[in-house]
Design a protein. Structure first.
Length: 478
């Protein structure tokens, strides 16, 4: 719980006639709020005239009825919720990014991380490009605009850009007349599309956002595929498909996605129950109850209970009015957040041997806090089971683990970690089983568990690498 910082959520909608798309985008971003809680933004396109609103905070804090009304009507709208994985938390970095160029204007939303953004930005700056943000998303916008100057259409420009940028990206782009959705050739991040009863075409990071606006899920955008929507309907550009092996982020199923979403044909809730079943097979134990850490540990706990026959129980009460604890920037604040967010139900755990299911262990400090809560509530044994393998490597594709130094599994073995977090026993899901959560290994990225990266490792990996770059330049120019 609350260990891995997530990435972002993107949304786009096209209507044949101008309508109140800002409200629908607002509902969709609400459904995607779990993917990013630092900032939110919406841009509405009314026949090439763009209006936008964005700000720091939750969707409900950024938008009210007046802000949504001021956005007006349009036939295209795009939206974004952000957790910063490249670039600091500041106003300039909030998406959608809006760009004016010789052939018009575009609004861009990006989920993921480029692995070659540092080199690309250096090359662009050497050619005179001036950047206004410290995100890799602006690198994408620059390259798309460059290609648009040479190409006959926005979709051709996006396809050409996809041959240059490397890493994880799910893109939603509005040009004056078209809505574009694109997924990187590895398919690291999810992206799907659907249609409302009124005929509006909708794209989103997860199918739960389609549900929120009354759209029916049609299918996922395939790795390397570009979808184009305009007055003539929807069509697909597939020249970048099958260029790379599929490497979907397995942690989307374990933690990031909402349990009611369906990604690449697999229900997320079923995948998490499968994780629990595998854990019960791998790490059986005599115990009285199985409980999960809300929210992403609950489905895995149900699966463990079903496979083991040990009764499932609700062991924690969750405060619904506090954001996920990882949003707190300092460890002390994260620890306080756990106490505020979760409270054990003493009547359930007192005097019991408890199997505790959670999705991951990163630093170990949050897990220690949760274990302490259960001991104080009267648990006699705590058998901690993790529905992911040990994290031993950084992620460069859209999650906020940019250094191996923070990972407890790099410093300790399983027994030592168990002692450090204060539990009776500890068991992780194996890499072999994590690849079978959907029923078969269809191609997953497990680099954070095994160090097998699908792309070259970035030359600069810090989350704030572009801020550092600017500071270094300022020092030399002083």
């Amino acid at each position: 719980m609350s260990h891995i910082h997530e990435e972002c959520g993107v949304f786009g909608i096209y209507s044949r006639k101008a309508s109140n798309l800002a409200a629908l985008t607002y509902y969709a971003l609400f459904a995607l709020q779990h993917r990013g809680q630092e900032s939110a933004g919406i841009a509405v396109n009314d026949d090439g005239v763009f209006t936008y609103a964005k700000g720091e905070g939750l969707v409900s804090e950024v938008f009210d009825s007046k802000v949504l009304s001021d956005l007006g009507e349009g036939n295209i709208a795009v939206g974004h919720v952000r957790y910063a994985t490249t670039g600091a938390k500041m106003q300039q970095n909030i998406q959608p990014l809006l760009v004016n160029h010789h052939k018009g204007r575009l609004a861009l939303c990006h989920n993921g991380n480029l692995s070659n953004s540092f080199e690309l930005r250096n090359n662009l700056e050497e050619k005179g490009a001036i950047f206004h943000t410290t995100t890799d998303s602006e690198v994408i916008s620059y390259i798309v605009v460059q290609e648009r100057m040479r190409c006959g259409s926005i979709e051709e420009a996006v396809s050409a850009a996809m041959g240059v940028i490397e890493g994880a990206y799910a893109l939603i782009i509005s040009s004056p007349q078209k809505l574009i959705a694109a997924r990187d050739p590895h398919g690291f991040r999810p992206l799907c599309y659907g249609e409302t009863e009124r005929g509006e075409i909708v794209f989103a990071s997860e199918s739960c956002a389609l549900d929120a606006v009354g759209a029916k899920l049609i299918r996922d955008i395939q790795p390397g595929e570009i979808a184009i929507v305009d007055k003539n309907g929807i069509r697909f550009h597939t020249s970048m498909c099958n260029k790379k092996q599929k490497r979907f982020c397995i942690f989307e199923y374990i933690y990031f996605a909402r349990p009611d979403s369906v990604i690449d044909g697999a229900p997320v809730s079923l995948c998490r129950r499968n994780a629990g079943r595998f854990l019960a097979q791998q790490h059986p134990v005599d115990a009285d109850i199985v409980i999960g850490v809300p929210d992403s540990g609950l489905e895995a706990a149900i699966g463990y209970s079903q496979e083991s026959g040990i009764p499932y129980a609700i062991g924690f009460t969750k405060n619904k009015y506090i954001a996920r604890t990882f949003i707190a920037p300092a460890q002390e604040e994260r620890a306080k957040g756990v106490d505020i967010k979760l409270n054990p139900i003493k009547d359930v755990v007192n005097g019991k041997r408890v199997v505790l299911i959670d999705d991951s262990i990163v630093r170990g400090t949050t897990c220690r806090r949760i274990a302490d809560l259960l001991w104080k509530a009267g648990a006699t044994e705590i058998h901690f089971r993790v529905s992911a393998p040990p994290f031993i490597c950084p992620c460069y594709y859209g999650t906020d683990i940019d250094s191996a130094d923070v990972l407890i599994a790099n410093r300790m073995n399983v027994s030592e970690i168990a002692r450090e977090i204060g539990v009776t026993t500890l068991g992780y899901l194996s890499i072999e089983n994590v690849k079978k959560l959907t029923g078969e290994d269809t191609g997953f990225c497990t680099a954070c568990f095994d160090g097998k990266y699908p792309t070259s490792i970035p030359s600069a990996t810090s989350k704030n690498r572009f801020e550092s770059k600017i500071s270094e330049k300022n020092a030399h120019s002083g």
